[in-house]
Ligand binder design. Structure first.
Ligand SMILES: [Zn+2]
Length: 283
């Protein structure tokens, strides 16, 4: 391994530093928040958080679970549940065709992964929503998978975490998706009565029916920095109340300041934070 003696992990010259475009293509990207050029590998090593401005980029459900479970190891549940398209819904394309395309591109049946494993040695259940699957929207499958995870937590007295990244209820399933709000909320109440802790982690974005149900029903509701969190979008609210909204409205920090969240936790600190919280709850 003598190669290691004279090589090190130094980023190639960025286009700004005069690096040749041909050689650096794809290695660099412009941060969507601070606009600085960042080395893609530095972003990856930093858990998809901008090393220059701390902007938290979205990560997919598998990556999220990999970060939270010890050694990235977990078992999955309810992987075969699929929506039956109860409304026979068609928008720009048939809902069944949309589902099939999403299933191919994400290799998931729907917008969620339900998993169990260890978090700093303690067995936990974690459900992570997948934003890439129809905007992480909650239809009958997401609702059922979450409800089953809650019931599993209840029967085995295992703490639960739900990591949200969602545009809200899935319009292609209409009222069926709205029913999930009530179903999940009722199941969470049973979990609460049994004194099994549940922590909700809100990531960018968490909006609509997801915010209006399980995402805000944790024993602790914590969010990643800079996440968009709300029910209706800012434009709709401005039009309704006919007032200009304050700066930073619907961000994690704003919500924390106004008492809607318990903490804003950086991605790098999240696992330790969750472990510490469960130690506290279950002491
Ligand atoms: Zn940045």
């Amino acid at each position: 391994m003598f190669v290691a003696w004279f090589t090190r992990d130094k980023p190639p010259l960025s286009p700004e530093e005069g690096g040749r475009r041909v050689r650096t293509e794809g290695l660099w990207q412009k941060c969507e928040d601070c606009g600085q050029i960042i080395w893609r590998k530095a972003l990856e090593d930093n858990l998809q958080v901008c090393p220059k401005c701390d902007h938290h980029y979205c990560i997919d459900a598998r990556t999220r679970l990999g970060l939270l479970f010890d050694a990235g190891q977990f078992e999955q549940f309810d992987t075969s549940l699929v929506s039956t398209d109860p409304l026979d819904f068609v928008d720009s394309k048939k809902y069944t065709a949309r589902l099939a395309a999403m299933q191919r591109s994400t290799e998931l049946r729907d917008a969620i992964i339900s998993a169990a494993g260890n978090l700093h040695g303690r067995r936990v259940h974690i459900c992570a929503l997948e934003l890439k699957f129809i905007g992480g929207s909650m239809g009958s499958v997401v609702g059922e998978v979450i409800t089953r995870a809650i019931e599993r937590s209840l029967h085995t007295k295992t703490p639960l975490i739900i990591v949200s990244a969602s545009g809200g209820a899935r319009m292609q399933e209409g009222a069926v998706s709205l029913m999930q709000l009530a179903k999940i909320s009722a199941a969470l109440m049973r979990l609460d009565n049994a004194r099994v802790p549940y922590i909700s982690v809100l990531t960018d974005p968490t909006t609509g029916g997801v915010t209006a149900s399980f995402a805000m029903l944790g024993d602790l509701n914590v969010a990643e920095p800079g996440a968009l969190i709300g029910f209706a979008g800012p434009r709709v609210i401005e039009q309704t109340i006919r007032q200009k909204l304050p700066d930073g409205f619907q961000t994690s920090e704003f919500l924390l300041q106004h008492g809607f969240l318990d903490a804003v936790v950086k991605r790098a600190d999240l696992k330790d934070y969750l472990a510490k919280a469960f130690n506290f709850f279950l002491a």
